[in-house]
Design a protein around this ligand. Structure first.
Ligand SMILES: Nc1cnc(-c2cc(N)nc3[nH]ccc23)cn1
Length: 287
């Protein structure tokens, strides 16, 4: 299952916002190991008391994250229950969620974006090998551990966060808000997620990464979003045809057409090599 942490060993610092039915805070946890007191910076994710009915799903997400470990998966230290408070204690990731970072940093290079997309493909492949379905892949659930520093040859490093409350527990509206990240087939059957669902979401997330953090279908109403799926529409394709092809394959309405993780990684690797031409192409355009 997961490690339980004593409430009195936690300290709350500033609020960092909220997710679906959760509030997040920066904080600290203390533990006593070999007679010494250790303080660790943590992210405290609190389930709203008025959504107590979701606590199983909340803890399912915690145990999901605690059962497996991977360099690109967020570490969950454990959970703490105190009265009607359910708290998930996660590693604190310095640069926060990628969707906000992409909006803020307007001049990220193509190789930066490809590097991040490859890291996500790696953890997606790992989850598939472990027969584990995440169910909520999007830039908001990617955390930036380390920024790039080209002068030092340091590349960005991301981690995939927990999936949050199971999409089947959420109301129809929340599910609709997840268009176009949620796979079309999951709209009708949110409690029957498959690995193919994660590939669809991967496609939407790569589109986000290359679209400078502008969310896809930004400002669309729930009705328009529903039509987007009913009419089997696609997101606006990137000018980079190979990238647009990969995103299009991942976001096929027919599950069978979605590529294997190995194929996704192979196609991303081939993109890196052809990165040179596109880089010069965009530079010549922008100059
Ligand atoms: N596991 C996590 C999750 N989110 C953060 C985080 C870091 C930061 N600098 N600003 C933020 N603003 C909102 C969340 C957040 C950290 N660790």
């Amino acid at each position: 299952q997961f490690h339980t942490i004593k409430y009195e060993d936690l300290k709350w610092d500033e609020s960092l916002g909220q997710g679906s039915f959760t509030r997040i805070f920066k904080g600290e946890k203390t533990d006593y190991r070999d007679g010494e007191k250790h303080t660790t910076e943590v992210l405290l994710k609190e389930l709203d008391p008025d959504h107590k009915n979701c606590w199983e799903s909340f803890f399912e997400a915690a145990s999901f994250m605690s059962q497996i470990s991977h360099k690109h998966l967020l570490h969950v230290y454990g959970v703490s229950v105190h009265g009607d408070k359910n708290i998930m204690v996660q590693e604190f990731v310095k640069h926060g969620a990628l969707d906000l970072y992409l909006k803020r940093e307007k001049s990220l290079s193509v190789s930066w974006k490809l590097n991040v997309a490859k890291q996500l493909a790696c953890v997606l492949n790992f989850l598939e090998e472990q027969s584990i379905i995440h169910g909520n892949i999007c830039a908001k659930n990617l955390l930036l551990v380390r920024e790039e520093d080209p002068s030092q040859g340091i590349s960005p490093f991301i981690k995939l966060s927990d999936p949050g409350i199971n999409v089947a527990m959420l109301g129809k509206d929340v599910i609709m808000h997840r268009i176009p990240w949620i796979a079309p087939e999951s709209l009708a059957a949110p409690d029957n997620l498959t690995h193919e669902c994660d590939k669809w979401s991967f496609g939407a997330t790569v589109w986000e990464i290359f679209n400078n953090g502008n969310p896809p279908l930004q400002g669309w109403s729930l009705e328009e979003k529903e039509k987007f799926y009913e009419n089997k529409q696609q997101l606006p394709p990137s000018q980079w045809t190979e990238l647009a092809d990969l995103i299009g394959q991942c976001m096929s309405y027919d599950l069978a057409f979605r590529p294997s993780c190995r194929s996704i990684i192979r196609q991303l690797n081939s993109l890196v090599t052809s990165d040179y031409e596109i880089l010069h192409a965009t530079e010549s355009v922008t100059q």
